[in-house]
Design a protein around this ligand. Structure first.
Ligand code: GDP
Length: 275
């Protein structure tokens, strides 16, 4: 987490992250990334006004973690997608995921530290057979299918339904086709068009990626993170008690650092005052 220092302007409440040797690189997000594979995405192209205002006014807003669950058929390419983004590697040898794999990626969104927790699930078992608790309270569900395997696309809705049984219906939804590199010599528009149609029905945003070449992988994760951040902040702003959010993600905690004394004395946070 970055350390914050007060900006040089006297009386200013703006805090800027100190250079604490954390190079966020592609993990730094200052504008909402575009949904480059899906012009008809159900999600917006900008951060919400309230999010922007909150990020400007609150000196240090730390959302400890947001959870994204990756589901889909065995061998669809879930682990490869996660590994390409988190470790920039691609392994041709198939290593079956046992249970659930976790990754945590650090981001800096609108100058606020934000962690994305990635749960990569084993597609050969259904949610009920494994630990349901891993799948609860997710902020986003990523349904992964193999662009070379139409059966895996047909199963996508079933995977979404299972995720929805354990999560709020307003969870962010993505339908991600992998192995795009294998489609170069085949008419891949057909399966992509079918997938876009299915994404409409699932109220999801469609992406076409390749873990092998890395195409669209970083763009996808940046978009996932930015939308997760936006919806999380907006939900907390809408709740009566943003400091401990009772109904949503139990991982989420909101801290207010270095707020002015007046607010501390009255035991109110400036966040509550934002309209
Ligand atoms: P999972 O069971 O859904 O986690 O699937 P994996 O990520 O383990 O991938 C299954 C197989 O597909 C492995 O042999 C991968 O090397 C291969 N694979 C995954 N993604 C891609 C991709 O984008 N391109 C190609 N060519 N192969 C891929």
């Amino acid at each position: 987490m970055p350390i914050y220092k007060k900006s040089g302007i006297k009386g200013s409440r703006n805090y800027k992250p100190l250079d604490n040797n954390v190079d966020y690189g592609t993990r730094q997000i200052d504008q909402m990334p575009i949904a480059c594979c899906d012009p008809r995405s159900p999600y917006g192209g900008q951060f919400g006004e309230r999010t922007l205002r909150a990020c400007e006014r609150v000196t240090s807003l730390c959302l400890s973690a947001c959870k994204a669950i990756f589901v889909g058929d065995v061998s669809a390419g879930k682990s490869s997608l996660v590994n390409r983004f988190c470790h920039d590697v691609f392994d041709r040898n198939y290593n079956r995921t046992i249970g659930v794999d976790f990754e945590v990626e650090k981001f800096l969104v609108l100058a606020h530290a934000f962690n994305l927790q990635i749960c990569d699930t084993a597609g050969y078992e259904r949610f009920r057979c494994t630990s349901e608790s891993y799948y609860r309270n997710a902020n986003a569900v990523v349904v992964v299918f193999d662009l070379t395997n139409a059966e895996s696309l047909r199963n996508a809705e079933r995977w979404l339904d299972e995720a929805l049984q354990l999560n709020r219906p307003e969870i962010l939804r993505f339908l991600v086709g992998t192995k795009r590199d294998l489609l170069v010599s085949t008419p891949h528009n057909q399966i992509e068009n079918e997938a876009k149609q299915m994404a409409r029905e699932m109220k999801a945003e469609f992406w076409s990626v390749s873990a092998e070449s890395g195409e669209n992988v970083t763009k996808f994760f940046r978009r996932l993170t930015a939308l997760s951040f936006d919806t999380t902040v907006q939900r907390l702003l809408g709740s009566n008690n943003p400091i401990s959010h009772p109904s949503g993600n139990s991982l989420l905690n909101l801290y207010y650092l270095k707020e002015d004394r007046k607010i501390k004395k009255s035991k109110k946070c400036s966040f509550c005052r934002i309209n």
